[in-house]
Design a protein around this ligand. Sequence first.
Ligand code: HEM
Length: 179
Amino acid sequence: MHGTIFTLLKRYVQTQYDHSTWVKLVQLSGLESGDFSHKEVYPDEHIYALVGHAAEMTGIPAGELHEKFGEYLVPDLMYMYQKYINPDWRTLEMLENTEHSMHGQVRREHPENSPPVLDVKRLNENEVVINYVSPRRMGGLAVGIVRGLAVYYDEADLIDVLPTTSEDGERVQIHVRRN
Ligand code: HEM
């Protein structure tokens, strides 16, 4: 997994909890260091261990933590990849374009990057359906990112995010509707 995701997880834990919580998580997860470079790719097992221990420590289920963390990621991801974003896009257009635009760029950056495949269909002006496919089983993160995008575009009151499958499978379907 991309080092940026680890760096943002670290900042998330430090701001929502505190620095000593982060240090504890790193120790419990058996990691040598709690610092990550945005140019490196780290084993997925590290993110599972960090989130798993965070769930145990906080009593918040891992799926829910993935969602919260997904929401938190959005402003930074939008900032980092702003040159691939069309300023006319809103939440639904952003979703329609993530696969070839942002995730496409992530794939080009590093041969080991492997963002999930997002098959996004626009059903009509106000609805899209996202088919998430990834062996990482991080559909909760996807749901959180969609919610975060709605907040980013100031459409949180208008956008409903409805997972229509379980969020922890390799294939997750998410229905998004603008009211
Ligand atoms: C600003 C737009 C976005 C950017 C810049 C972005 C960027 C990234 C990056 C850098 C990764 C790490 C990939 C890796 O380590 O191989 C990632 C993973 C991920 N992205 Fe995105 N993403 C964006 C939008 C989205 C959206 C809209 C969704 C879902 C609807 C999504 C779902 C995910 C998930 C679930 C992962 C975790 C890895 C996995 O499940 O396999 N992303 N993304």
